[in-house]
Design a protein. Structure first.
Length: 120
């Protein structure tokens, strides 16, 4: 079973994403902010991180920088979710170490398709 860490501060969206992914037999841990995500990240090896760009305490970009600074974790795939959908923002996210980007708002099916594409 593939392990996913979702960091999203909007509770309703977080619940929707978790339900969607768990319905497809993904093992999902959830965090309400970037700091909590980093704490969880230390406890397991994840196949995919799904990060909101703008979160309290520690942003998605800060999480990416921290994860990518640890050589052993460069294999984990990272998908950034963001309402900042301008091309230069998407380029910045990829330059910082994300592998994929989905602009908000998105449909649960769109996210599920992307996750299945990433994890095979």
């Amino acid at each position: 079973m593939k392990k996913i860490l979702l960091a999203e501060d909007e509770e309703v969206l977080r619940m929707l994403v978790v339900d969607t992914l768990e319905d497809e037999d993904f093992d999902v841990d959830e965090a309400a902010d970037g700091e909590e995500a980093l704490q969880l990240f230390e406890t397991k090896d994840y196949d995919l991180l799904i990060l909101d760009y703008m979160m309290p305490v520690c942003s998605g970009l800060e999480v990416i920088r921290e994860v990518r600074s640890r050589e052993r974790n460069n294999k984990v795939k990272i998908l950034m979710l963001s309402a900042k959908s301008q091309q230069y923002e998407q380029d910045r996210v990829i330059e910082e170490g994300a592998d994929y980007f989905i602009a908000k708002p998105f449909s649960p099916l769109q996210l599920l398709n992307k996750v299945e594409e990433i994890l095979g």
